[in-house]
Design a protein around this ligand. Structure first.
Ligand code: URA
Length: 309
């Protein structure tokens, strides 16, 4: 395998400037996440970033590229584009301006399809339906379903990934070791557990606490969607990488990079990405910069926004 060539300073600066270009000028209303800068040594793939921006009129510059270069999986990264893929000096300034204007457009977050109306829907009715649910194979191995817990007046919803063993035994979310750690974090920040709604993307425990599969999450999402439609929370806190990737989008950077940041999410509700309490239990340290310390900053920021509602 060819050794990776170290980028010159000029090339690194070029990559950063292009990301600035791709960053919408205003986050107001529809775009609550910062564009992530590449880590040192990381390639930034301009074509992929451009392809990910919906509603961008296809610019002449990209249209004229060979098919392979415009596919969603471009083989070339910014610094490896063949000479023929680069704008020619003759390219009109208008073409380039069109491309940049398109790229500067704020990204519309992916949203879920709206659910059909359900007359007299209620949290209890949803919980009853979950208890009967056989939409996926988890119904064969679960003991109790775990719909979620909290008042229907909750303004903040915590979403984890799936029940574990203690939750499967009791039907109550976040009651095991991770849940007890979450309780301590909530109390330290001044939240009462009884004032927030706590639930998971999956309402049944995956065997051996394995990660939920995408199809299980898709099967289960309408229940969460209905719960959120009734609760109408002002804020969501999404716990852990699996939940974050689902709620914010599969292309969201990992939790260590985006915890503490706000997103619109597939539910179109301001959502903070947060560490999962079981990850925090595995990270013993409390020193500045440690995951527990970071969580402390994040939960305080969440509380501050919650108090300002
Ligand atoms: N982990 C989760 O994601 N949810 C729970 O309810 C318990 C542990």
């Amino acid at each position: 395998m060819a050794a990776k060539r170290k980028k010159t300073d000029d090339e690194s600066i070029e990559a950063i400037d292009l990301i600035t270009l791709l960053t919408p000028p205003s986050a107001a209303g529809c775009y609550e996440v910062e564009i992530q800068r590449p880590l040192p040594g990381e390639e930034f793939d301009l074509l992929k970033a451009a392809a990910d921006l919906p509603d961008v009129p296809e610019p002449a510059q990209l249209r004229s590229l060979p098919a392979a270069s415009t596919s969603r999986k471009p083989s070339a990264t910014l610094h490896q584009l063949p000479a023929s893929d680069k704008p020619s000096p003759q390219q009109s300034e208008q073409d380039i301006e069109n491309l940049l204007t398109g790229m500067r457009k704020p990204r519309k977050p992916t949203r879920l399809q709206p659910l059909p109306d359900i007359a007299d829907d209620s949290l209890t009715r949803i919980a009853d339906e979950i208890a009967q649910c056989q939409k996926c194979d988890l119904c064969k191995t679960r003991n109790k379903t775990v719909p979620g817990a909290g008042p229907d007046s909750a303004r903040l919803v915590f979403i984890g990934e799936a029940p574990g063993g203690d939750e499967d035994a009791t039907g109550i979310p976040f009651v095991g070791r991770a849940g007890q750690h979450l309780d301590k974090i909530l109390a330290a920040a001044g939240f009462k557990r009884e004032e927030v709604f706590i639930c998971n993307i999956l309402k049944c425990r995956p065997p051996e606490n394995r990660d939920p599969t995408l199809s299980e999450m898709i099967c289960c999402t309408p229940y969460l969607q209905r719960q959120l439609r009734l609760l109408k929370p002002a804020l969501i806190a999404c716990l852990g990488n699996v939940a974050v990737k689902f709620v914010i989008g599969p292309e969201s950077p990992g939790i260590t990079r985006i915890h503490g940041q706000w997103f619109n999410s597939i539910f179109d509700i301001p959502t903070m990405a947060m560490y999962h309490p079981s990850f925090l239990l595995r990270s013993q340290g409390r020193e500045k910069g440690s995951p527990n310390w970071q969580m402390w900053q994040d939960i305080q920021a969440l509380k501050q926004r919650y108090d300002s509602l």
